[in-house]
Design a protein around this ligand. Structure first.
Ligand code: ADE
Length: 421
C-alpha cells in the first residue's frame, strides 16, 4: 500500500434500483439476521426513475468511517450499517489502481476507513422503499471497491441484513427472495426469476398519495403482527407457498390475468394481516381505497384484469398495466379522479416516463380539466373528483439491477478530498 501520509483516494460509484413486491414480505423469524417467515417476489423498477446512487471511497487519510445521505452526514453506528460494512470487509481482496499506482493488500482493509455518500433520485421519505435501493447500493458498491469475489446471491444476503427487501434489489427484472432454512441465514437470499428483457410490455404507474399521519415503521409493524395475529401463520405457512409457485408460473408465461389476480389478492391479504394485528395497523388511507375501487370496477367491467395494484407499508399505490395502451387508459382514469391542485404544473405532476401522457392525450392542465368520466362509471351517482389527494404520479417500467457508473462526473465524493462534492 502507498504510504500512510500520502493523499491518495480510491473510489467507486454504483447505482441500484428499488423494487416493489407483488408477493409480500411481512414477518421475521429472526430479527437480528432479518430472516423472513415466507418467500417474496418483486419487480425491480427502472433505476432511471427510482434508484440510489452511492459513491464509496477509501483513503489512508480517513480517520473513521463516515456517511452522507442526500448531502447530510448521518451516523454509521446503527447495527444494520455496521453489519453490512463488517460482512463486506471480511470478504475484501487485494485491489490495484494502476492509474494512481496504488496497491491495497487484502489485510490493509481491516484498518482502512471508508467514506460513503448516497443520493436517492426520488423522495426518501415518500414511502417508496428507499432503504431497499440504499442498502442494495451500499453493499454492491462496497463489494466492488473491495474487490469482493462472492456471487450476487451471497452479496444479496449481506444486503438483506441492512434492510430485508434490499436483497431483491441486487437483480433486475423479476426476483424471488427465498426465505431459506439455515439458522445463520446463509440461504436466505435473492434469486433472479427472469431479467428485465423478459416482459418488457409492462408499464408501472405509482400514485404518490399525500399522507399526513406518521405510519408505523415496517420493523415494528411486522413484529406486532407476528406477536398478535392468528392469520399471519396461515398466510406464511399455507397461502404464500402456493401463491409463490403460481406467481412464478404467471411471470414465466407472461400471463397478465393470473399475475394481476395474485398481486392484488396478496396485497389485500397483507393489509388484512395488518388489520388483524393488535392494535390494528392502517397503512392505506381513503385515497388508497378509492384507487382500489377504481381498478376493481374497471377490471370487473372489462371481465378481465386491465391493471394490477399493490400497496406496501404506506398509502402509495403501485399500479401495473400489461401494455402502454392500457397504461394510457389507466392514467386518464387516475387524472380524472385525482386532478392536481391549482398552480401545479403537469411536468411535476406526472414524472418519469412522460410519454404515457401523450398516449393518454393529455398535454396540458386544461386536458385534465376536460377529461370525460370513464365509461364503467357513467350510470353511477355523481362523480366526485378528489383534487390534490394524489401528490404526483411516477410512470416507470421493470428495470435492470445494480451497475457501476464509470462516468467520474457522477461521483458524489471529491476524488482529492474524499468529501461530498
Ligand atoms: N436509506 C434510505 N436511503 C438510503 C440510501 N440511499 N443509502 C443508505 N440508506 C438509505
Amino acid at each position: 500500500m502507498a504510504e500512510e501520509g500520502s493523499k491518495w483516494v480510491v473510489m467507486v460509484t454504483g447505482r441500484s434500483p428499488t423494487n416493489i413486491a407483488v408477493i409480500k414480505y411481512w414477518g421475521k423469524r429472526d430479527e437480528g439476521l432479518i430472516l423472513p417467515i415466507n418467500d417474496s417476489i418483486s419487480l425491480t423498477l427502472d433505476p432511471l426513475h427510482l434508484s440510489a446512487t452511492t459513491t464509496v471511497a477509501v483513503s489512508p487519510s480517513f480517520s473513521r468511517d463516515r456517511m452522507w445521505l442526500n448531502g447530510k452526514e448521518i451516523p454509521l453506528s446503527g447495527e444494520r450499517y455496521q453489519k453490512c460494512l463488517r460482512e463486506i470487509r471480511k470478504r475484501a481482496n487485494e485491489v490495484s489502481d494502476e492509474k494512481q499506482g496504488i496497491k491495497i493488500k487484502k489485510e490493509d482493509w481491516e484498518r482502512l476507513h471508508v467514506h460513503i455518500s448516497s443520493y436517492n433520485n426520488f423522495p426518501t421519505a415518500a414511502g417508496l422503499a428507499s432503504s431497499a435501493a440504499g442498502f442494495a447500493c451500499l453493499v454492491f458498491t462496497l463489494a466492488k471497491l473491495m474487490n469482493v469475489k462472492e456471487d450476487l446471491g451471497e452479496i444479496s444476503s449481506i444486503a438483506r441484513q441492512g434492510s430485508g427487501s434490499a436483497c431483491r434489489s441486487l437483480y433486475g427484472g423479476f426476483v424471488k427472495w427465498a426465505m431459506g432454512n439455515n439458522a445463520d441465514g446463509s440461504d436466505s437470499l435473492a434469486i433472479q426469476l427472469a431479467d428485465e428483457t423478459h416482459w418488457t410490455d409492462l408499464v408501472i404507474i405509482i400514485a404518490v398519495v399525500s399522507s399526513k399521519q406518521k405510519e408505523t415503521s415496517s420493523t415494528s409493524g411486522m413484529r406486532e403482527t407476528v406477536q398478535t395475529s392468528a392469520l399471519i401463520n396461515h398466510r406464511a405457512e399455507t397461502v404464500v407457498p402456493a401463491r409463490v409457485l403460481k406467481m412464478e408460473e404467471a411471470i414465466q408465461n407472461r400471463d397478465f390475468a393470473s399475475f394481476a389476480k395474485l398481486a392484488c389478492t396478496d396485497s389485500n391479504q397483507f393489509h388484512a394481516v395488518c388489520l388483524d394485528t393488535s392494535p390494528p395497523i392502517f397503512y392505506m388511507n381513503d385515497t388508497s381505497h378509492r384507487i382500489i375501487n377504481l381498478v376493481e370496477k374497471w377490471n370487473h367491467s372489462e371481465g378481465t384484469p386491465q391493471v394490477a395494484y399493490t400497496f406496501d407499508a404506506g398509502p402509495n399505490a403501485v399500479l401495473i398495466s400489461p401494455n402502454r395502451k392500457t397504461a394510457a387508459l389507466l392514467l386518464q382514469r387516475l387524472l380524472f379522479q385525482f386532478p392536481p391542485n391549482q398552480d401545479t404544473d403537469l411536468s411535476s405532476f406526472v414524472v418519469g416516463d412522460k410519454s404515457i401522457l401523450q398516449d393518454a392525450g393529455v398535454t396540458s392542465m386544461k386536458d385534465i380539466e376536460t377529461l370525460e368520466p370513464p365509461t364503467e362509471c357513467k350510470d353511477k351517482v355523481p362523480y366526485q373528483r378528489f383534487t390534490g389527494d394524489v401528490s404526483y404520479f411516477i410512470c416507470t417500467r421493470v428495470g435492470s439491477g445494480p451497475k457501476v457508473l464509470t462516468d467520474e462526473t457522477l461521483a458524489l465524493l471529491d476524488p482529492i478530498t474524499g468529501l461530498p462534492k
